[in-house]
Design a protein around this ligand. Structure first.
Ligand SMILES: Cc1cc2nc3c(=O)[nH]c(=O)nc-3n(C[C@H](O)[C@H](O)[C@H](O)COP(=O)(O)OP(=O)(O)OC[C@H]3O[C@@H](n4cnc5c(N)ncnc54)[C@H](O)[C@@H]3O)c2cc1C
Length: 431
């Protein structure tokens, strides 16, 4: 990995943004107060939150490949409040008050990303509004969900099916929940913007710098890399699911769940007749599908969760096209220019894990398919704890790092996902 870092993933984002180097490989001996491992949005947000608290010059960020190489530079680009674990399941587990606290933190994550885009003039094409389109003919259920969101202070709107079908011309969708605070953007451009902002605030950022080992030595951490070492008082692990997980507790508890994305050729005129709204949208099946129009007239389409990644691009394209054809048959013949896969870090409870693991060792992971807001939230929680003694991260205490037993856990999770798909199919028949 170090001598020949892998090429950039074949995403529309990388094609558009081009190859960018944001830091040299780490060489020699370095000392830092804080060492952040991982240049995805969890690591970048943590470094930026530390820098915003005056610790930029005391922080080192180590990325195994390049900034945004993992899920953060490959995702659907939709940001909204909430977590991978549904709000109803959060309330069921924690009760209304504690769920409200966590939901508010996730919402602050959305606001923080907005603020950073503005403050650092990050050119990532934000477009307001995210719609959750219902796959099921069950307006009552959806209205109850809107009521819950509104009770939690969120300005969610119920959109009836007539309006939905004006904006997205598909017979598949019924009513919708519209989130006016959510938005969509180019996540790689945002990640790179965060990296530049962190570097400008003094953070020493190294790419092509995989951390191979962590060793506790005389009250500090020694991070071993192929061509150098870092001694740090505090280490924050934010490795997602794309790299070698540098701690056994993390490796035991993290599942890399794979999802696929495809981007069509530019076809603004045809899109305008079918995908009328500019907003990003996803459906409410447990195994969701999502899409959004891109600024150059293409359609981004994503979905299809799996534990066993396919490598053959043509097969991935066939899977994605099948989903697209079910929803928008008129667009099913559009060729794809870009097809890719990405892996997101999941823990069993589908909640982020933001906590100390050991003396001076923190972890920020488990963001699942809802990472654009929760990584910003996590960075803020970690930095506030380390710099200000803030203990808001404790709101996530009920969700630890339960092991997933890799081989068996992977199979169990895949069965779980198939069960979800079956559940969706049956619900679609009987609601
Ligand atoms: C296809 C897809 C679509 C998605 N769509 C959305 C969406 O629309 N909205 C949303 O909110 N979320 C979405 N997500 C989820 C979101 O992208 C992730 O939850 C989030 O990006 C995770 O960020 P991260 O920093 O934890 O991980 P990553 O972005 O994977 O970053 C981890 C980084 O750490 C580096 N690393 C790992 N190990 C080491 C090491 N030992 N030393 C140094 N560096 C290391 C890796 O190279 C990587 O760059 C999607 C995810 C995928 C895969």
């Amino acid at each position: 990995m170090d001598a020949h870092p892998p090429p950039d993933p074949p995403t529309w984002y990388h094609h558009r943004g081009g190859a960018v180097t944001l830091g040299p490989p780490l060489e020699g001996l370095h000392h830092a107060r804080f060492a952040v491992v991982g240049g995805g949005l969890a690591g970048l947000s943590t470094a930026l939150s530390l820098a915003e608290r005056g610790a930029g010059a005391e922080t080192v960020l180590l990325e195994a490949v390049r900034v945004g190489h993992g899920a953060s530079g490959r995702n659907g680009g939709m940001i909204s409040a909430g977590f991978t674990r549904g709000l109803d399941r959060l309330v069921a587990r924690l009760g209304r008050d504690r769920a409200r606290t966590l939901f508010a933190l996730s919402r602050e994550g959305v606001a923080l990303v907005r603020r950073r885009i503005r403050a650092h003039a990050i050119a990532c094409d934000p477009v307001d509004g995210v719609a959750e389109l219902s796959w099921f003919d069950d307006a009552r259920d959806l209205r109850a969900y809107v009521d819950l969101l509104r009770d939690f202070g969120h300005p969610a709107e119920f959109w009836p099916r007539e309006r939905v079908r004006e904006l997205w011309r598909s017979p598949r969708y019924f009513d919708a929940v519209f989130d006016p605070e959510g938005f969509h953007m180019d996540p790689l451009a945002y990640a790179r913007g965060c990296a530049r902002a962190a570097a400008a605030a003094g953070v020493r950022l190294f790419e092509a710098s995989p951390v191979r080992r962590l060793v506790r030595e005389a009250g500090r951490w020694r991070l071993e890399l192929p061509r150098g070492r870092v001694y740090a008082d505090t280490v924050i692990l934010a490795p997602g699911a794309h790299g070698p997980l540098p701690h056994p507790a993390l490796a035991r508890a993290t599942l890399g769940v794979v999802s696929y994305v495809a981007v069509t050729v530019p076809a603004a005129d045809r899109l305008a007749r079918t995908v009328v709204a500019p907003h990003a949208a996803f459906d409410d099946r447990m195994a969701t599908g999502y899409f959004r129009p891109l600024p150059d007239g293409r359609l981004l389409w994503g979905g299809h969760v799996t534990l066993f990644e396919r490598r053959d691009r043509r097969r991935i394209a066939r899977l994605v096209r099948r989903d697209l054809a079910r929803v928008f048959p008129d667009l099913a013949d559009l060729p794809f220019d870009f097809v890719w896969a990405g892996a997101m870090p999941f823990c069993r409870h589908k909640m982020p894990v933001v906590r100390p693991l050991d003396d001076g060792l923190w972890v920020a992971t488990g963001f699942g398919g809802h990472g654009l807001n929760t990584t910003a939230m996590a960075g803020e929680l970690v930095a506030a704890a380390l710099r200000d003694g803030d203990d808001r991260f404790r709101a996530l205490d009920p969700f630890g790092l339960p092991p997933v037993l890799d081989g068996l856990g992977r199979l169990a999770a895949q069965l779980h996902y198939w069960a979800f798909r079956l559940h969706d199919a049956v619900r679609g028949l009987f609601v």
